[in-house]
Ligand binder design. Structure first.
Ligand code: DX5
Ligand code: ZN
Length: 224
C-alpha cells in the first residue's frame, strides 16, 4: 500500500494562534503542514509571507510544505527556504523560467514541485521531471479555502500518477503526488484510488473542533 500523508492547510486555522494550531494538528496525527502563500496578484487573496513561516518553524519538526500562489516566484522562493520550508511548490504559469525556478528551490536545499490548476496541462512536467519531488494537483481553483472538490480533477490525478510511475520506474527516486482543495472524509478514498499519496485538507480539519477525530476518520477511509 502507498504511504499516505495528511497535510492540513493552515489557511483555515486560527491565525491569532498559529503556533498552537500547528502543534495541535501534528499531535492529532497529521504528517505535514501545508502553508498557503497568496499575493493578491496571481490569486485574488492575500495571506502570509516568510516571516510567518519562520515564526511557526520552531513549533514542529514536521515538514512545512509551502504552496506559492505568487507571481513572480524567484525572489520569494529562497526566502521561504531560509524561513524553514522543506518543500516549495509553485504554479508553472507564474514563472517565466520554470527550470530555473525549480533549480533555485533545489539549490536552496528544499524539495521542489509544480502545481497544476484545474485547467493547466500536465505537459509542463515534460522536460523537468528530474527536478521534481512533488506534483500538486489542484482540485479547486486556487485562492480560497472551503471550496467544493472539482470531480474532473480525479482524471488529472490518474494521469499524474501514470507519469510519475513511468518516470520513477525508469529513473528511480521518489515523487509525491499531492491533491489540494475540497478534500473531506467522504472523498479522500476516491482521491487515493486515483493515485494521490498526500492530501491537503484545510476546512475539513480546522473547521471541526476535534482534529484527531477527523484525521482518524480520513486514515480509516485510506485503509479501506
Ligand atoms: C486553495 C489552497 C488550499 C486550501 C484548501 O487555494 O491552496 O490549500 O486551503 O482548503 P480546503 O481544504 O478547505 O479546500
Ligand atoms: Zn494549497
Amino acid at each position: 500500500m502507498r504511504n499516505f500523508r495528511i497535510a492540513p492547510s493552515l489557511l483555515s486555522a486560527d491565525f491569532a494562534c498559529l503556533g498552537q494550531e500547528v502543534r495541535d494538528v501534528i499531535a492529532a496525527g497529521a504528517d505535514i503542514i501545508h502553508f498557503d502563500v497568496m499575493d493578491n496578484h496571481y490569486v485574488p487573496n492575500l495571506t502570509v509571507g516568510p516571516l510567518v513561516c519562520e515564526a511557526i518553524r520552531p513549533h514542529t519538526q514536521a515538514p512545512i510544505d509551502v504552496h506559492l500562489m505568487v507571481k513572480p516566484v524567484d525572489s520569494l522562493a529562497p526566502m521561504f527556504a531560509k524561513a524553514g520550508a522543506d518543500i516549495i511548490t509553485f504554479h508553472p504559469e507564474a514563472s517565466e523560467h520554470i527550470d530555473r525556478t525549480l533549480g533555485l528551490i533545489k539549490e536552496s536545499g528544499c524539495k521542489a514541485g509544480l502545481v497544476f490548476n484545474p485547467a493547466t496541462s500536465l505537459s509542463y512536467l515534460d522536460h523537468v521531471m528530474d527536478k521534481i519531488d512533488m506534483v500538486l494537483i489542484m482540485s479547486v481553483n486556487p485562492g480560497f479555502g472551503g471550496q467544493s472538490f472539482i470531480p474532473h480533477a480525479l482524471e488529472k490525478v490518474r494521469a499524474a500518477r501514470q507519469r510519475i510511475d513511468e518516470y520513477t520506474a525508469k529513473h528511480g527516486g521518489e515523487i509525491w503526488l499531492e491533491v489540494d482543495g475540497g478534500i473531506k472524509v467522504d472523498n479522500i478514498a476516491a482521491v487515493a484510488a486515483a493515485g494521490a499519496d498526500t492530501f491537503v485538507a484545510g476546512s475539513a480539519i480546522y473547521g471541526q473542533p476535534d482534529y484527531q477525530a477527523v484525521i482518524a476518520a480520513m486514515r480509516a477511509e485510506l485503509a479501506k
